[in-house]
Design a protein around this ligand. Structure first.
Ligand code: ADP
Ligand code: MG
Length: 275
């Protein structure tokens, strides 16, 4: 098995709107290795969500190829693709889509249940993952009994529990305050590194890219720039780099402390339970 968990080749998605073509995604070729955490940034409408939906095998591209763990999504029959997605891909979207009548623990276990992998060890892993995400006190609460941020962390646990090759996250910190967003992305990055997943995260908050290994910038459906070195990535996170930069400094967040990127070897600190 190759260590390239995700590869796209010239992926295009063209919508027709009132007879006019909209190139939502245009000739996107990228690779993400196992254990690599990549940020996808770009202005609203630049094609990030469309690309993620294609990578999640939820949307067929107009043309181009997507290989997940070496398997070409287009070559699968529909039922095969559904099973493949359930086993190999984890995702969390802005609307977290938790099942309202299941507890946090049950929502996470659901991914294992769907894959026929729910056993005692799986239940324990689900519990540990939730504890690690600061939800140790919330295991048996329903989504309606949790804050938006807590729900998002349950969704992150659910995206990782079945040991997918590829983890996709569309704005996973959208309903978190700044400080909590930093903590959650740091934990998320740590889990991706430690477990050897390939992670791709869309974010509007450029400060969060400090925790990623590479930043892919999109505009008008195309990749316009890739930030690869630590210096480039940190300059982007500071807002002193690129067209997207120059964001005001946060008032509350302890930016100096949290900006240090989580190195793969960094020790893990479980998040405090409070939200
Ligand atoms: P982003 O997530 O970067 O904001 P999107 O992927 O949502 O961007 O959208 C990219 C472009 O494709 C936008 O111009 C959007 O209006 C268009 N688009 C997205 N979905 C559809 C659709 N179902 N039909 C027509 N146009 C769409
Ligand atoms: Mg979007």
């Amino acid at each position: 098995m190759s260590s390239t968990a995700l590869e796209t080749r010239s992926v295009v998605k063209t919508y027709q709107l009132d007879g006019q073509p909209i190139h939502a995604v245009h000739q996107v070729s990228l690779q993400v290795r196992a254990g690599e955490f990549v940020a996808l940034v770009g202005p609203s409408g630049s094609g990030k969500t469309t690309l993620l939906a294609i990578l999640a095998a939820l949307l067929a591209p107009t043309s181009g190829q997507v290989l997940v763990d070496g398997h070409d999504l287009a070559k699968m029959k529909d039922a095969e693709r559904v099973a493949f997605r359930r086993e190999k891909i984890g995702f969390t979207f802005q609307a977290n889509n938790l099942v309202p009548y299941l507890t946090a623990q049950e929502n996470v276990e659901l991914m294992l249940r769907l894959n026929g992998q729910l056993d005692r060890a799986g239940r324990e892993r689900a519990r540990e993952l939730l504890v690690r995400l600061g939800l140790g006190e919330r295991l048996h609460n329903l989504p309606s009994q949790m804050s938006g941020g807590q729900q998002q962390r349950v969704a992150i646990a659910r995206a990782l529990i079945h040991r997918p090759a590829l983890v996709l996250a569309d704005e996973p910190t959208a309903s978190l305050d700044t400080e909590r967003a930093f903590q959650v992305v740091q934990t998320f990055a740590g889990l991706i590194h430690e477990q050897g997943r390939a992670g791709l995260m869309v974010t509007h908050d450029l400060r969060l890219v400090a925790y990623t290994d590479r930043v892919i910038q999109m505009q008008d459906g195309k990749i316009v720039r890739v930030y690869e070195t630590r210096d480039e990535i940190e300059a982007l996170a500071r807002g002193s780099e690129g067209a997207l930069g120059a964001r005001p400094a946060p008032r509350r967040a302890p930016v100096q402390d949290v900006r240090a990127p989580a190195l793969p070897s960094a020790p893990f600190v479980p998040l405090p339970a409070a939200d």
